[in-house]
Ligand binder design. Structure first.
Ligand code: PRP
Length: 212
């Protein structure tokens, strides 16, 4: 039997994704020891899971080594791969925002210096506004940018707002709402249509029961 391979994002989303899968009737004894084994199957043998870094989920699905992926909308926007985005899980809800010191304006005439882990999202956002910017790519602790004078603002994820508050920063503009999404490889959608549709139906049912 041909398996359906799911790429799961390690970290924040993985526990919620496992919970939803269990409610959709997909179980694996490996779920309990998540993080060690990178490739494993569900107990029925119908599904194979690969556990990958969140930003790599779209890559695995795009290349077809995973048929399906569960990943944050932020990563999808940043990676911009030609995948089918078929379901909004709703969990992992947060916002992509422009943040900085309230009331502070960058020097007139100079490009706005934007520190971010998401250069594509930031470029697209400011490109649409026709604003001249300089991107400073960081890999974490982006809030430091304005604090130490590396950047005027940041484009980053805000979840609880705790990190901003602790550092005296505020949301200045909202770029996009975010949450976990289901993505599907375009070829897999044709070759494994029934299995993938069944999987999606299972997820939808579980989500409906969550709401009830
Ligand atoms: C993310 C994000 C913010 C923070 C937002 O960082 O980049 O820094 O979480 O969450 P909050 O609004 O609930 O405080 P992450 O924890 O992934 O770490 P990083 O800065 O090292 O990327």
């Amino acid at each position: 039997m041909e398996k359906v391979t799911l790429a799961l994002a390690k970290g924040r989303l993985s526990e919620k994704a496992m919970g939803l899968m269990a409610r959709a009737g997909i179980r694996s004894k490996e779920f309990d020891e998540l993080g060690r084994k990178l490739v494993f199957e569900d107990d029925s043998g119908a599904y194979r899971f690969i556990l990958v870094k969140p930003s790599d989920v779209p890559t695995y699905v795009d290349h077809g080594v995973a048929d399906v992926g569960i990943v944050g909308k932020d990563t999808l926007m940043e990676e911009n791969r030609p995948l089918y985005e078929l379901l909004d899980f709703g969990f992992g809800a947060c916002r992509m925002c422009v943040c900085g010191f309230e009331g502070r304006r960058p020097p007139v005439g100079a490009p706005l210096r934007v520190a971010t882990k998401y250069p594509r999202i930031a470029r697209a956002y400011y490109g649409e506004k026709g604003q001249n910017i300089q991107i400073i790519k960081l890999n974490g602790s982006v809030e430091l940018g304005p604090l130490v004078g590396l950047s005027d603002v940041i484009v980053d994820i805000v979840e609880s707002g705790g990190t901003l508050k602790a550092n005296g920063l505020a949301v200045l503009e909202e770029v996009a709402p975010l949450s976990a999404r289901l993505v599907v490889n375009r070829v897999s959608m044709k070759t494994k249509t029934e299995k993938i549709q069944r999987l999606i139906e299972g997820f939808k049912q579980a989500l409906k029961e969550d709401e009830a």
